[in-house]
Write a protein that binds this ligand. Structure first.
Ligand SMILES: [Zn+2]
Length: 116
C-alpha cells in the first residue's frame, strides 16, 4: 500500500479513536457525577450496583481505546521506518484489505490465525 494512503488511513483512525476516548471520558465523568447525586447510606441500593457496573464497563472501554491509540501511534512510527505493512512474525507483506480494515495490524492473516 502506498505510504500516503497508509498515513491517511492511520490519521483517520486515530482521530476516530480520540473522539471515542473523549466521549468515554465524558460519559465516565457523568456516571461519577450521578453516583454522587444518588449516593445514600443504603449499600444495597440497586441503582448503585448498576452505576458501579456501568462505570467498570466504561473504564474497560476506555482502556481498550487507549491501547488502540497506542497501536496506531506505533503503526505511524513503522510508516516512518518503512516497515509498515510487514508482518512482525514472518516478515511478509500484510494484505491491503487487512490493513484497510485494521490499519494497526502487526501480523498477517496467516500468523494471526496461527497464534490462536
Ligand atoms: Zn505473517
Amino acid at each position: 500500500m502506498a505510504r500516503k494512503s497508509s498515513e491517511r488511513l492511520l490519521a483517520e483512525q486515530r482521530s476516530e479513536v480520540q473522539h471515542r476516548i473523549e466521549s468515554l471520558q465524558r460519559h465516565l465523568a457523568s456516571i461519577v457525577e450521578s453516583a454522587t447525586w444518588t449516593a445514600n447510606d443504603d449499600e444495597h441500593d440497586p441503582e448503585g450496583v448498576t452505576i458501579a457496573y456501568e462505570r467498570a464497563q466504561t473504564q474497560g472501554l476506555l482502556v481498550d481505546a487507549k491501547a488502540e491509540l497506542e497501536a496506531l501511534d506505533e503503526a505511524a512510527r513503522r510508516v516512518e521506518e518503512g516497515t509498515y505493512g510487514l508482518c512482525q512474525r514472518c516478515g511478509k507483506r500484510i494484505s491491503k484489505e487487512r490493513l484497510e480494515a485494521l490499519p494497526a495490524a502487526t501480523l498477517c492473516i496467516r500468523c494471526t490465525s496461527a497464534r490462536r
